[in-house]
Design a protein around this ligand. Sequence first.
Ligand SMILES: Nc1ncnc2c1ncn2[C@@H]1O[C@H](COP(=O)(O)OP(=O)(O)OP(=O)(O)O)[C@@H](O)[C@H]1O
Ligand SMILES: [Mg+2]
Length: 246
Amino acid sequence: MLELKHISYSVREADETLGILKDISLTVDDHKLVVFTGPNGGGKTTLAKIIMGLVTPTEGQILWNGQDVTHMTITERAKLGISYGFQQPPRFKGITVRDLLTIASGDEKLSKDKCCQYLTKVGLCANDYLDREVDVSLSGGEVKRIEIASILARNADLMIFDEPEAGIDLWSFARLTETFEQIHSQGSATMIIISHQERIISLADEVIVVGDGTLRHRGTPKEILPRILTDTLGGCPVLNKEVHAL
Ligand SMILES: Nc1ncnc2c1ncn2[C@@H]1O[C@H](COP(=O)(O)OP(=O)(O)OP(=O)(O)O)[C@@H](O)[C@H]1O
Ligand SMILES: [Mg+2]
């Protein structure tokens, strides 16, 4: 179980304190699929990075399976079964796709068959990719799918995916949602997926709308989707006025 208790995160900018996350408390039970959605700049990625340990909260506490991980490093959290796929994945010159999957899996030597299984889940063919370097020669969609495959290879207890749909074509997206559905129905991991996609939102046990650094709404997809569709303009009064005037 993941518990966030009164998490806040602020930064100092030009003599001002900017509140990015404001007193967020949240519990995610084991094997649930929770989707964070909401307007750009609302705080979703920051929240995910705080869970992974890439960002340290200014206040609050994070418990994973009852253990306080707030001050643990990324590596320590990874060893406890937490994983995170970046919104914009990093590239690793000199590391092949096979190396990346092998490192992620923790096996000394990952078989080609196993690599193929992980790559197939994100719609990639192992023959074309295993020996490619995870460098700038890969397209945005390819690097995103390879990173998702590496998270699947990690077999983590908590998988956090940050906009897995970004840059991914429709065919691969369909394969990816099937993969999420499968992991969820097997009950093999807890998943937090940050997404703007209706198809992914509809898979969730719970949808949480993050906006302006707070949890604005939460509920089932049926409860939340209609709200999102009618509340698409966010908080800009000028823009709202202009669009409603059309
Ligand atoms: N270190 C920082 N310094 C200043 N501002 C920051 C910092 N980190 C995040 N922010 C701001 O905090 C807000 C939340 O950012 P975050 O990346 O969490 O949003 P998001 O909900 O993931 O948005 P998106 O849907 O565009 O990915 C943004 O306005 C961002 O510019
Ligand atoms: Mg983000």
